[in-house]
Design a protein around this ligand. Structure first.
Ligand code: AMP
Ligand code: MG
Length: 473
């Protein structure tokens, strides 16, 4: 069943825009697990391909571009909105959950500014695989249902094939939606947006003494938990502008993101981020800064002092969630979790020697406890590793089977590393989509070891090669 709740309930927060069809499209990716979960056809059909190419529409829904604003790299920009994506419809699944279907790369809109409204195959593959990898790790994210490529050329740093991606989530509302209504002096519309978000996504806030404060509390908790997930799995978003911050606390708008190879706390991959504003170790603080912008917008509706209280909770929620994840990854129990100092020391150890962020977690997971000390040979500062190892060994779950089971379910073998994505993209540019299929399958089951996925478990030849990713996606 299709609904139209955004269109009906949020007038003034969109423009009606028809997609601009893309020529000669071909299937690249179809997420049949997600399709099945949603009660959609397990095999894509021509009608769906026509929707993805911008020629067909979902029944009963007019395509729209959402209007929002945002802080980009700290600077205010009121002129934002969906510049190359359209909300095509809302699908209700059998659990009565509503999924918004957003077509990225659908052509120009009133918010395209200097852009062409298109997406390239390269970045669409990166978003498709990155978001499904994130989901499989248990970190909140938008989903990817379908991806088509096109023979149409798109101009970026070089000429590249165009593509569209069908992105799904329960809401595309961003912090920037609230900022726009506060900035443009529309308090009544801002209240309508708050009521809409509470009604559909945070119903538990409706009966609170101050629903606006209650909403901020929930968004603070979800955002803090999200960023804890990123930090625990070595993910760098790259463009944490407030227009890329989901009100649901999901990983949103995959651009120049990366899962780290060598552990570098100040790693930056987005080459337009010259000051390192969105470096790996800045993400927790930026999350709070972005929440402060949201709170500022909400302060139009309620007492600003009351909004400050949830913000003060952010750091503790973020740290506790992060330590909770590291505890599971390192074999601590829920009842007697490992001390935060020991958890932080492990990451410091990896960072001090710029060790691979993922391999050593898995190396611990795959060994009985008695063999952990042998890993000391891998560290230049062997003594530091052994000190840590001795302290941690007596505190982790002692039963090898139980501990290894937990650790092997939380420490991925397959990670959406940049060089793997690059290999898949290069093959796709040559018309070979087998590597895409294979990496997609491996990332959907990231904890599983299979001989045919062995190549995806490999770190890059040179983990220190300085990869820079383009924002021009
Ligand atoms: P991003 O930093 O990728 O989230 O993009 C920031 C803004 O630029 C959003 O409003 C996008 O819709 C818009 N945008 C990005 N790329 C394009 C493009 N190729 N054409 C039109 N608008 C774009
Ligand atoms: Mg964006």
């Amino acid at each position: 069943m299709f609904t139209t709740r955004y269109v009906k309930e949020l007038p003034g927060l969109y423009s009606k825009v028809m997609p601009t069809p893309l020529a000669d499209t071909y299937w690249v990716g179809w997420n049949n697990r997600l399709a099945e979960q949603l009660g959609l056809p397990v095999e894509p059909d021509d009608a769906l391909k026509s929707v993805l190419s911008g020629a067909g529409l979902f029944q009963g829904h007019e395509p729209i571009a959402q209007k929002y604003a945002g802080h980009q790299f700290g600077g205010w920009n009121p002129g934002l909105g969906d510049g190359r994506g359209l909300l095509l419809g809302e699908w209700t699944d059998s659990q009565r959950q509503v999924w918004e279907m957003h077509l990225k790369g659908a052509g120009k809109t009133p918010y395209s500014r200097f852009g062409d409204g298109r997406a390239v195959l390269r970045s669409s593959i990166r978003e498709f695989l990155g978001s499904e990898a994130m989901h499989a790790l248990g970190v909140a994210t938008t989903r990817a249902l379908a991806l088509v490529g096109s023979s149409e050329r798109v101009y970026r740093e070089t000429v590249e094939p165009g593509a569209t991606l069908l992105r799904l989530t329960h809401s595309h509302v961003r912090f920037g939606h609230f900022e726009w209504l506060a900035f443009s002096n529309q308090p009544d519309q801002l209240q309508v947006l708050v009521d809409y978000v509470i009604r559909h996504h945070y119903p538990q806030c409706a009966d609170a003494d101050d629903p606006v404060v209650a909403l901020l509390e929930q968004v603070v908790a979800n955002t803090a938990t999200l960023i804890a997930g990123w930090q625990a799995y070595g993910f760098i978003h790259g463009v944490m502008n407030t227009d890329n911050m989901s009100i649901l606390g999901e990983t949103f708008d995959y651009g120049p993101y990366a899962f780290m190879d060598a552990t570098k706390m100040n790693a930056v991959f987005n080459h337009t981020d010259e000051t390192g504003r969105y470096a790996f170790n800045q993400q927790p603080a930026v999350g709070l800064w972005n929440l402060q912008r949201l709170a500022q917008a909400l302060s139009v509706l309620t007492d600003p002092h009351a909004l400050a209280a949830p913000l003060r909770e952010y750091a503790d929620i973020q740290r506790d969630a992060y330590h909770g994840l590291l505890n599971r990854r390192l074999g601590g129990s829920n009842e007697a979790p490992l001390d935060g100092v020991l958890l932080d020391e492990w990451i410091s150890l990896l960072a001090a020697e710029q060790k691979d962020f993922h391999l050593f977690f898995r190396a611990l997971a795959d060994r009985p406890l008695s063999e952990w000390v042998a890993l000391g040979d891998e560290f230049v500062d062997r003594a530091r590793f052994l000190t840590w190892c001795e302290a941690v060994s007596s505190r982790v779950i002692q039963d090898d089977t139980a501990r290894q089971h937990q650790m092997q379910q939380t420490n991925p073998v397959t990670v959406a590393r940049t060089h793997h994505l690059q290999a898949v993209i290069e093959a796709a540019h040559q018309g070979d989509f087998k590597p895409f299929e294979s990496l997609f399958a491996a990332l959907q089951s990231p904890f599983e070891v299979r001989p045919e996925w062995a190549t995806w478990a490999q770190p890059p030849d040179d983990p220190h090669a300085h990869v820079e990713l383009s924002c021009s996606s």
